[in-house]
Write a protein that binds this ligand. Structure first.
Ligand code: NAD
Length: 437
């Protein structure tokens, strides 16, 4: 039996040692799930603070309770490190590093390249490598394989390689990580089988596909589907504005149809590390094949225009009150990219605040999840939502519909409110003070 085939037994007995490279929103939950499934896990990260925090038994990701990290540490089943020579000690390696865009909106796969380069140095017979970072179709086959084959080992015979996209939805309490089916595509049938075997110890359902390219494309279809449908909801919101209709009423009524309709809502723009970025990976790849990804381009244009539209609406509302943006005090409610998270990556609040400031407005914000942040080179701190803070503002703008905010009080005590998320839908009194997207 080859060393690769031996891996089956090591996985089944939980004696396989597992490495996870990149301990962020995706990597840390995976580390904890694998540890809880009975494996010994080594987490690798270049961020020394994250490594120290995990080794001290604490979590820095909202969805991962610290006691789970502490318990795995106590059982000796979890170690975090920046020492990549320890990759030589593991049988299975999951790559969960970031895949951002360059300034030119081209894919930046340099984090994947750095991780794979470390793996190449320590690649040995019997290892299984699984790429989980979202990326364009062909990355595993065309980009990762040539790097790994430099090590002189043969894929499918000496080592295995698979792609398994991550579908985690931070702050989603309806579906646990393990309940979301795991899609797995290997370079060979044995690669698919081994990677599926690992994930079957954690996930309730495994969905094997026939290639790494198919698995990469599945993830891009899912996120492109969301980006396009959010784009449609945003364009419907712009149409409703012209038609003097309430887009929220229209969408809620349409969503009562029990089939053939899926609810998406408009907002101030896309945010997070996935939906604004992933479709650009697909359109970039298609451009190289001389195929224009028209739906993606259109959705990017509509969604990308929303922050400017919000700024224009704010200027209009101030104008109605005989105020200019220049010199106005605007209180922003919520700056994270979506409710219930502290993640500011690609948040539309970044562009909206920068633009309002450029036009001379004074901006303060309240966000129960983001105590401080830096926007366009300026440090900001969340202010308490006191009566005084509300009263001294010329306008309140809801950009993120975090729970736990007393919108009834905000509307009653504060000035007019521009609500881009329909966060004030349950407010009963003073509704004439609310303007919604
Ligand atoms: N955040 C999500 O909701 C989500 C959901 C599904 C898929 N994804 C995808 O998963 C991947 C990871 O996303 P994330 O949100 O966890 O990112 P993240 O920024 O939260 O975490 C990435 C981690 O990788 C580390 N890192 C960077 N380079 C490294 C290297 N060379 N070696 C070791 N560690 C390194 C960083 O320090 C960081 O801790 C991305 O491809 C993303 O598109 C993210």
């Amino acid at each position: 039996m080859s060393k690769l085939e031996d891996l089956r037994g090591l996985i089944d007995s939980r004696d396989a040692r597992i490495g996870v490279i990149g301990l962020g929103y995706v990597g840390l939950p995976l580390v904890v799930e694998l540890g809880q499934a009975g494996f010994s896990v080594i987490g690798f990260d270049v961020d020394a603070t994250k490594v120290r925090t995990i080794n001290a038994g604490r979590s820095y990701i909202g969805d991962v309770p610290s006691d789970q990290v502490a318990s795995l540490r106590e059982q000796g089943r979890l170690e975090a490190t920046s020492d990549f020579t320890k990759l030589a000690d593991v049988d299975v390696i999951n790559i969960c590093v970031p895949t951002p865009l360059r300034k030119t909106r081209d894919p930046d796969v340099s984090f994947i390249a750095a991780a794979v380069e470390e793996i190449r140095k320590h690649l040995h017979e019997g290892q299984l490598i699984i790429l989980g970072s979202t990326t364009y179709p062909g990355t595993t086959h065309e980009f990762v394989i040539p790097m790994l084959e430099d090590a002189g080992l043969e894929i499918g015979k000496d080592f295995s390689l698979a792609f398994a996209p991550e579908r985690i939805d931070p702050a989603n309490t309806q579906f646990k990580v393990t309940q979301v089916p795991k899609v797995v595509g290997g370079e060979t049938p044995l690669c698919t089988e081994l990677a599926s075997r690992v994930f079957a110890t954690v996930f309730d359902t495994i969905v094997p596909v026939t290639s790494t390219q198919a698995a990469e494309m599945v993830k891009l279809l899912e996120n492109t589907f969301r980006a396009i449908n959010i784009g449609l909801a945003n364009e419907i919101a712009l149409m409703c504005e012209k038609l003097d209709l309430d887009v929220w009423e229209v969408i809620d009524a349409a969503a009562t149809k029990p089939y053939g309709f899926m609810k998406f809502t408009p907002g101030p723009g896309l945010g997070g590390h996935c939906i604004p970025i992933d479709p650009a990976y697909l359109s970039w790849k298609m451009k190289s094949l001389n195929f224009p990804a028209r739906f993606i381009e259109l959705a990017t244009e509509v969604n990308g225009g929303m922050p400017d539209h919000v700024v224009d609406r704010i200027a209009e509302m101030l104008n109605e009150d005989r105020l200019a943006v220049n010199g106005s005090e605007i209180l922003i409610l919520g700056i994270a990219y979506k409710s219930n998270v502290d993640d500011m990556r690609e948040s539309p609040a970044l562009d909206i605040i920068a633009s309002l400031r450029q036009r001379g407005a004074t901006i303060r914000y309240h966000d129960p999840f983001v105590a401080e942040c830096e926007i366009a080179g300026e440090s900001m701190k969340s202010v308490d939502l006191t009566d005084d803070a509300l009263k001294k503002s010329d306008l309140v703008v809801v950009l993120t519909d975090h729970p736990g905010v007393d919108y009834e009080r905000v509307v009653h005590v504060g000035p007019r409110v521009f609500d881009t998320r329909n966060a004030t839908k349950a407010v009963v009194n003073d509704r004439e003070k609310i303007t919604r997207l």
